[in-house]
Design a protein around this ligand. Sequence first.
Ligand SMILES: Nc1nc2c(c(=O)[nH]1)N[C@H]1C(S)=C(S)[C@@H](COP(=O)(O)O)O[C@H]1N2
Ligand SMILES: [Mo]
Length: 406
Amino acid sequence: MNSENFTNRRKVITAALAGGASSLLPSWALGAESTNLPIAYGERELMAFPEKKPMIVLTSRPPQLETPFKYYDNHVITPNDEFFVRYHMAGIPTSIDPTTYRLKVGGNVEKPLEISLESLKKNFPSQRIVAVNQCSGNSRGLFEPRVNGGQLGNGAMGNAAWVGVALKDILKAANPGRGAKQVTFDGLDQPVLPSDSDFVKGLDIDHAMDGNVMVAYQMNGTDIPFLNGYPIKLIVPGYYGTYWVKHLSEIKVVDDVYNGYWMNPAYRIPDNDCNCVAPGTAPSKTIPINQFTIRSFITNFTDNSVVTVGKPTQARGIAFDAGYGIKKVLFSQDNGQNWTEARLGQDLGRFSFREWRVEFTPKQKGTLDLRVRAFNHAGQVQPMTATWMPAGYMRNIVETVKVTAV
Ligand SMILES: Nc1nc2c(c(=O)[nH]1)N[C@H]1C(S)=C(S)[C@@H](COP(=O)(O)O)O[C@H]1N2
Ligand SMILES: [Mo]
């Protein structure tokens, strides 16, 4: 089960991950526990993959793992072994040698680079940012009407402290030429079928140079877990996980808007104010998905929780947005009729989860609809009714947890 192979310096994951037919249960699988997602047919088995605690398995080849929601109640920083995993293609690397690993920087640059990990750590200034990584399709399984795609609950998100090098500093060393418009990012994973497109993403050059976008080599004080992109991944604070390219191996400066499959037609959202369309319809115009919508969650209750009438009780959880900063979080125990302001926890930075807590006293027996609603410094607020789009991205309705008061 251990992913480190100490006989050489390579970092490896078992070949079963890349080559195994899905019917073959890998030897490291521990299919003992299960969990229920808040969606129809939501019973899911939990399974441990290399460097991971038992997680919800969406697919095993490639590994796509969702964090069981109860884990978020334990810590505001998501531990590496609880962090969700998302890949698109089964051709993921299984063995990486940190001594020969190179990050290539090319395209329209004056000085193409091949940077070793050692050089990245030694020759560039390092920075640390606490930031949420969230999949565009987090909570997709809650869409009504249902949509195609991974039927995720709310566990395709995590918050980590990333250490690495500002992309700006890497690009400056390569010196982009005139006419540079975007920067593209490719990782070591490859499509299995020739008809599939390699996973490559693009960002505008100004965004790439903003000082927040970074190439991380550490996650929560240690190497990035293999399945989260060892040895380096792109961090795009406030932007959906699709841009956070794992096993980052090649950066290219380009003079046009990059229009590869994973930018167009994939990962597009309706080009209008709500980024939404009437349920069942398709958008006429789309743009690439970009910043997170604002969200908040209650982490210490589920629909199975029982509370006591007349007894002071604490509700707590997390909120986050695209980096404007959480201004306030309101809590309701009565179906959204009355709201009280929660206390915010420590500010770990504007891209981080922000903890909140509130005390409430259940007033009457029966079902209580607990709700939480976040507001940010840009005037954004979670909607009371869900928006819809065919891809099932960007859900951020005020969620409801139905507890029983006795
Ligand atoms: N190389 C590579 N990077 C990738 C992907 C991928 O398929 N290949 N998927 C992206 C998507 S859609 C998400 S949500 C995040 C998930 O990051 P994680 O697996 O570290 O949680 O990785 C992104 N980076
Ligand atoms: Mo994603």
